[in-house]
Design a binder for this molecule. Structure first.
Ligand code: ATP
Ligand code: MG
Length: 124
């Protein structure tokens, strides 16, 4: 699946692919068609989704299955624990720059530069 085209024909093709992915995931995860649809809508709108529920009820897997299929997107994932430092998500201090008297963070390869970020166990 890929986004970002101007051609209306390609737009219809993208819509068709999104429907195919939604149908596939809705078949694979029982009673999760509404969750899958909501995830697709928020993904298209460029907004965040928060999936809440009891353990083992298909929250992480549908999120990963959907977001991992956006071709060309920088995908980033983290499993949080109560010991995860915020710098793991947003990038550490640039120590080399600090030695030169500059205070900077290394954003590359973190949530900061991702198109799609999947943050698991966020309340930890
Ligand atoms: N409704 C469902 N339909 C199909 N498979 C399911 C369903 N609910 C759970 N599973 C399966 O159970 C396993 C656990 O799912 P998942 O990792 O998405 O759970 P979770 O909600 O993120 O759990 P936790 O809160 O413990 O992180 C996966 O293999 C998933 O495919
Ligand atoms: Mg989970």
């Amino acid at each position: 699946m890929s986004f970002g085209t101007q051609d209306p024909h390609d737009g219809r093709e993208t819509a068709g692919r999104l429907r195919a992915i939604s149908d596939e995931l809705s078949d694979r995860f029982y009673e999760r068609a509404d969750v899958v649809r909501t995830l697709v809508v928020t993904l298209l709108a460029g907004q965040h989704s928060l999936v809440l529920g009891p353990p083992g009820t298909a929250k992480s897997e549908p999120a990963r299955e959907l977001t991992g299929r956006v071709e060309g997107a920088a995908y980033w994932e983290i499993l949080l624990s109560k010991f995860t430092a915020p710098t793991r998500m947003f990038g550490p201090i640039d120590v080399a720059a600090l030695a030169r008297g500059e205070y900077r963070q290394v954003y590359e390869g973190r949530a900061t530069t991702a198109h799609v970020a999947f943050i698991d166990e966020i309340f930890k």
